[in-house]
Design a protein around this ligand. Structure first.
Ligand code: ARG
Length: 458
């Protein structure tokens, strides 16, 4: 079939070239944005006297009908069309006649596609922010249930100091709040209209780009037409924002995988978010968390692919840029699925406070508090640190723990030790005495919960 752009050539391309060149498989996703953009364009053309008002009315009514027919399924996307822009224009012209051919006045597919992606991704960001809010709600709800449940906090994956489970969860809440900020920031920069940049240099028609931008909910317009059609920073920025979020979800997944192992047993993921093994009857596998961790690699790939596509491109539009969409759409789909799974996984997981507590009891995670105890009695920290270390090593040799080590043994190391040492090394005391701002003490955990809730209410 001859192309809509036939002219300079007969437009008779080989079918292999057609398949290779075509983008309708993935850009038809944006039919709503494409059609909405075209309606605003027709309105602008009429307002500026470039086409007649009656013509714009016909175009807009035709476009509205196409949109509702696509929504209802009455009209199917024709996959033999080169892209969504050509498809819509072709159907419009079939339906309203020659006036359909006026729609593309003062416009190019170069600014049209740039417009469509921005509008599409804007909506995607709104969905992601919504899902992030739901995940934060699930996290806060769990943190509120366990503000004082003791678990070992780790460094180097070695038991380090006691923390509360709520405090641990809230660390992720802080990361996710920053992710929300990044999405919103990215949306702000994305929300500039490229339409009216035309092919690359602007146009000789008396267009009003601000009119179109306003109709389509943009804050402003891209001030340089070449930048308007060439810029894909907003895709890269969104991909990096999604990548950072995926990195957070992946770290969290890693912890959930560890925690749900028999070695830890800190949480039990619900049956609805785990799988069984086809051969080992005892197994309950954290597949969802593993997939989130795995899909993080895929999203990083999407980011790297686009950066690489763009790095050598001369201005302005090059067909290479058609490669922007599949990766960015894939990342959006992937992260939304991961968020949905995560919300359910967190909401339904059981927290095994007893095994957390047990793990906290056997790793000498109160050794710092023991040293601090001696410091409060007047010993310099370095000396106190040494004595505390010697006591830990003594306990280890004898299979004892600091909580029940006889006072007589303590006194072999320093006569500053007294009966009150037992309170100092009690794990709940260790936790609750960490009253510093942002620490694991109850007041700080409550303050964090209040902060997250306040941010969610905004
Ligand atoms: N399918 C193209 C893309 O995704 C639309 C823009 C085509 N422009 C062009 N001059 N061929 O980038």
């Amino acid at each position: 079939m001859a192309k809509m752009w036939a002219g300079r050539t007969a437009g008779m391309t080989s079918s292999i070239a057609d398949d290779f060149n075509s983008s309708i498989r993935f850009d038809s996703k944006m039919y709503r944005q494409d059609i909405t953009g075209s309606m605003a364009h027709a309105a602008m053309l009429a307002q500026q006297g470039i086409i007649a008002s009656a013509e714009a009315d016909t175009l807009i009514a035709g476009l509205e009908q196409i949109l509702s027919d696509l929504d209802s399924g009455a009209l199917q996307i024709d996959e033999t069309c080169e892209d969504i822009h050509m498809f819509v224009e072709q159907v419009l012209t079939e339906r309203v006649g020659d006036v359909g051919k006026k729609l593309h006045t003062a416009r190019s597919r170069n600014d049209q596609i740039a417009l469509d992606i921005r509008m599409y991704l804007r909506d995607e960001i709104d969905e992601m922010v919504l899902l992030l809010g739901q995940l934060l709600e699930a996290l806060v709800e769990k943190a509120e249930q366990y503000p004082t449940a003791i678990m070992p906090g780790y460094t180097h994956l070695q038991r380090a100091q006691p923390i509360s489970f709520g405090h641990h969860l809230l660390a992720y809440a802080m990361m996710l709040l920053r992710d929300i900020d990044r999405f919103k920031d990215c949306r702000k920069r994305m929300n500039q209209s490229p339409i009216g940049s035309c092919a690359l240099a602007g146009t000789t028609y008396p267009t009003d780009r601000y009119f179109e931008a306003k109709q389509l909910g943009f804050n402003s317009i891209c001030l340089n037409s070449m930048d308007g059609v060439s810029d894909r920073d907003f895709c890269v920025e969104l991909l990096s924002t999604i990548s950072i979020l995926m990195m957070h979800l992946s770290r969290f997944s890693e912890e959930l995988i560890l925690w749900s192992s028999w070695e830890f047993r800190f949480v039990e993921l619900s049956d609805s978010f785990t799988t069984g093994s086809s051969i080992m009857p005892q197994k309950k596998n954290p597949d969802m968390a593993e997939l989130v961790r795995g899909k993080t690699g895929r999203v990083y790939g999407d980011l790297m692919a686009l950066l690489t596509v763009l790095k050598g491109l001369p201005l302005a539009y090059n067909k290479d840029m058609q490669e922007d969409k599949e990766g960015v759409f894939d990342a959006c789909e992937t992260v939304k699925m991961c968020l949905k799974v995560f919300i359910g996984m967190i909401q339904t997981m059981t927290v095994c406070t007893d095994s957390m507590k047990k793990a906290a009891q056997n790793g000498f995670i109160n050794a710092t508090d023991l040293a601090d105890y001696l410091v409060k009695k007047g010993l310099p920290f370095r000396s106190a640190y040494k004595i505390s270390g010697q006591l830990v090593s003594r306990c280890m040799a004898e299979g004892a723990v600091l909580e029940t080590l006889p006072l007589s043994v303590y006194r072999e190391y320093s006569d500053l030790f007294d009966q009150d040492v037992y309170e100092a090394v009690d794990l709940q005391t260790c936790l609750q005495k960490r009253t510093s701002q942002g620490g694991t003490g109850a007041a700080s955990v409550q303050a964090q919960i209040a902060y997250v809730k306040e941010r969610l209410a905004q």
